[in-house]
Design a protein around this ligand. Structure first.
Ligand SMILES: [Zn+2]
Length: 453
């Protein structure tokens, strides 16, 4: 018969041995034992949650760090990617790649050196890393057909992440390219000419304009509002800059009181309106933006000072009291300050289309909104009831806010339009429409009565 003391000793020994064997066993299960550099990422997302897409971001950052020779947390580095916003790989979304980029390269939205560039869901997934010290930039585009089977395996629960970590960058990325994009060189005409072949060759997968312009303005110092606008718009152009300047101008000269907000009538729309949607939260869906084009035939009828019209900005309060501010934007002055002509913008057959935009992006940052913005009209619109009612009245199909505001004559009218910036007395544009409907109603009613008789 076994002594009970011996039995306990054997049991204790057994537990001890099992413990010793089990502990290293579970450590071997962790991907960190094979890839210790993954520890910050694993700590951040949790071992159970670690996914192929987390590792895609990590591998993009690792390759860029090797190529550019930077270490984690280097403040000279800007990372740009469309991961999660919203480039997909088939049915798989890509936002988790941001975790890998952040935790490997030490960049983040909070630090202002991770730019999430907006792209449509069916666009390629890409990453770019720019070093503002050297001007060098590395671009990596994911090989969709290579990555998709890995994501399929993950969805089926059969993926081996350690095996995925062994994948070479050349297999995972269909394009890895490196170019110098030093903005100080590229804003010169000679520098732009020399770089232009990269646009033809799509060195950055067709994302050259996005990467060049955002990196350039970022390297000169960009604030968060403008950076968020650039994310939505997916590039920076002087059109976007004009929207950022208009936002700054309205905020400075017409500050919002409690309960007030901006309704943007984009008449006509251009890149600026993406900045206004972002900064004012003036989105189309929330009815805070309405868009109307000005065809050339109409533009010709505008008084000269209104040919620079940028838009109508309506400040509306909780009770429906509204005021319209019509602003102009001086493209001729902007172009002349940047050292080129307005028609250079439209030269898409050479380097000029992108050089002018990039140059203006950088040059305009040293100027003030007041240098280009003019107040064409300030008009009290009285009580408009609600935003929906106001937009339905002024920006409805068939309406013409330029006529209603007195900026241009109504078709067939000979009255001289208002052409000087001024406080104009309130008018009720809907009144004419209501009167017309009422008259039509009476006529129809009378006609029916006559038929009956
Ligand atoms: Zn633009």
């Amino acid at each position: 018969m076994m002594n009970w003391k011996l039995a306990v000793a054997v049991l204790v020994l057994a537990i001890f041995i099992t413990g010793v064997l089990v502990v290293p066993g579970s450590a071997q299960d962790s991907i960190i034992s094979d890839y210790p550099e993954l520890k910050p990422l694993v700590d951040f997302v949790g071992e159970e949650e670690l996914s192929v897409m987390d590792l895609v971001g990590c591998k993009a950052a690792e390759k860029a760090m090797e190529e550019l020779g930077f270490s984690k947390g280097d403040p000279n580095i800007l990372a740009l990617t469309d991961a999660g916003y919203i480039a997909n790989i088939g049915k798989y979304s890509s936002e988790r790649a941001l975790n890998g980029v952040m935790m490997t390269a030490g960049v983040s939205r909070g630090k202002g050196n991770l730019v999430n560039v907006h792209r449509a869901y069916n666009k390629p997934l890409w990453f770019a890393f720019f070093d503002k010290e050297t001007g060098d930039c590395v671009y990596l585009e994911v090989n969709k057909s290579y990555l998709k089977p890995w994501l399929d395996k993950e969805a089926a629960g059969t993926v081996n992440l350690s095996e995925f970590m062994g994948v070479g960058a050349d297999a995972l990325f269909s394009k890895i390219s490196r170019e110098n994009i030093d903005p100080d060189k590229l804003i010169t005409e000679e520098g732009a000419k020399a770089w232009h072949h990269n646009f033809d060759e799509k060195t950055f997968g067709g994302n050259e304009f996005s990467i060049l312009t955002i990196s350039a303005v970022w390297s000169k110092g960009i604030n968060n509002e403008f950076l968020k606008s650039a994310e939505l718009h997916n590039h920076i152009c002087p059109g976007l800059t004009s929207g950022y300047f208009i936002a700054e101008y309205l905020r400075e000269h017409y500050p919002l009181e409690k309960g007030e907000k901006w309704i943007v009538w984009a008449v006509p729309p251009w890149c600026k309106d993406d900045a206004l949607q972002q900064i004012f939260d003036a989105t189309v869906g929330k009815r805070c933006m309405a868009v109307m084009y000005i065809p050339d035939s109409t533009s010709e009828k505008l008084p000269p000072e209104y040919r620079n019209i940028a838009g109508i900005y309506v400040k509306i309060g909780k009770t429906g009291e509204a005021k319209a501010i019509v602003l102009g934007w001086d493209w001729n002055k902007a172009c002349s300050d940047c050292g080129f002509t307005r028609k250079d913008f439209k030269d898409f057959s050479s380097y000029k289309w992108w050089w002018t935009r990039l140059r203006a992006d950088v040059v305009l940052m040293e100027h003030k909104p007041e240098e280009y913005i003019s107040v064409l009209m300030v008009k009290d619109l009285g009580n408009q009831g609600s935003v929906k009612a106001m937009n339905a009245r002024w920006m409805a199909v068939g309406a013409n806010p330029l006529v209603e505001l007195g900026i241009m004559p109504a078709p067939g009218a000979t009255a001289t339009p208002v052409s000087t910036p001024a406080e104009v007395t309130p008018s009720i544009p809907g009144l004419c429409v209501i009167a017309a409907i009422a008259i039509a109603g009476v006529v129809v009613y009378a006609a029916r009565r006559r038929k009956k008789i």
